[in-house]
Design a protein around this ligand. Structure first.
Ligand SMILES: Cc1ncc(COP(=O)(O)O)c(C=O)c1O
Length: 285
């Protein structure tokens, strides 16, 4: 039986219900996080939970738990579901209140839900790389908030699926921003580059880890937006996310990236990333 964490209580999934006037349900008025679990241990949990707090602060949702409290609760959730390899999904909404666009006048407690899901590492795609397409970024300009409002992302991902691709690479006025659920990277002349962390992208936890790894391993890294032209002209392209790790992109709009094979630096970063996982969670296959 699957157990979920709802407003601080561990309950069977079938018993977890939200009201039709929950603001998350009606307005997408809430925030979320996804944390990777390897060998029953959370990877970069503190960074995810701190980002959750920051997203909450940006839209005035008061996360009534500390990072430490949440860590303990999520560890218990993993334990109760005997999760070995997978993810924890969690969200906080602005709570239940009669429908009105403005925030409730009386403070209402946020609705908090967390659950686990088994999910293997995408080893075949990590080995061979994936295809992608470019799509216009039609989202709002606060993509730094990990908000439940994901319609633009959902539509971009659907376009990728319909084109038989793994991910859409979004652009605003010819500048590449990010994937529908990932950050996008290029490698040109051994320099690794990704969009700077501003309000046009989500500052991925995987992104931050890769920046950190590059700095420690003396790989030149540039946090600066690049154009579609630079994307097409790159030697290597990859995406990063909690579930996809460092995922090579070997074709864009049906055209091979560089040689069409997974690039040397991408491969190096995959291995370094695996070492980071090893340090926190132990050996993975
Ligand atoms: C829009 C967007 N950008 C980037 C990312 C990558 O973030 P992270 O590495 O924290 O998973 C995600 C992850 O879901 C995302 O939805």
């Amino acid at each position: 039986m699957s157990i979920v964490l709802m407003n601080g209580e561990f309950i069977p999934r079938e018993e977890a219900k939200v009201d039709i006037e929950d603001r998350g349900y009606q307005f997408g008025d809430g925030i979320y996080e996804v944390i990777r679990v390897y060998n029953g241990k959370m990877f970069t949990a503190t960074q995810h939970l701190e980002r959750l707090q920051t997203s909450g602060e940006k839209i005035n949702i008061n996360i009534t738990y500390t990072v430490q409290n949440l860590t303990v609760l999520l560890e218990e959730l993993i334990h109760r579901n005997s999760l070995h390899t997978g993810i924890i999904y969690m969200q906080f909404t602005r709570g239940e209140s009669p429908r009105n666009h403005a925030y409730p006048i009386e403070t209402v407690p946020p609705t908090f839900v967390a659950y686990t899901k088994e999910l293997e590492r995408p080893v075949t795609s990590l080995e061979n790389g994936v295809s992608s397409i470019t799509v216009e970024d039609i989202r709002w300009s606060r993509c730094d908030i990990k908000s439940l409002n994901l319609l633009g992302n959902v539509m971009a991902k659907q376009k990728a699926v319909e084109a038989d691709c793994y991910e859409s690479i979004q652009y605003r006025e010819l500048t590449v921003t990010e994937g529908s659920s990932s950050n996008i990277w290029i490698v040109k002349d051994e320099v690794v580059q990704t969009h700077e962390a501003n309000s046009f992208i989500l500052n991925g936890i995987t992104r931050r880890k890769i920046v950190d790894v590059c700095q420690r391993r003396e790989i030149t890294i540039k946090e600066k937006a690049f154009s579609i032209e630079e994307l097409i002209d790159a030697d290597e392209v990859f995406l990063s996310s909690t579930t996809a790790e460092v995922m090579p992109i070997v074709a864009i709009n049906n055209v091979p990236v560089g040689s069409g094979e997974v690039g040397i630096i991408t491969r190096k970063l995959q291995n370094y990333f695996k070492e980071e996982i090893f340090v926190e969670c132990g050996e993975i296959e």
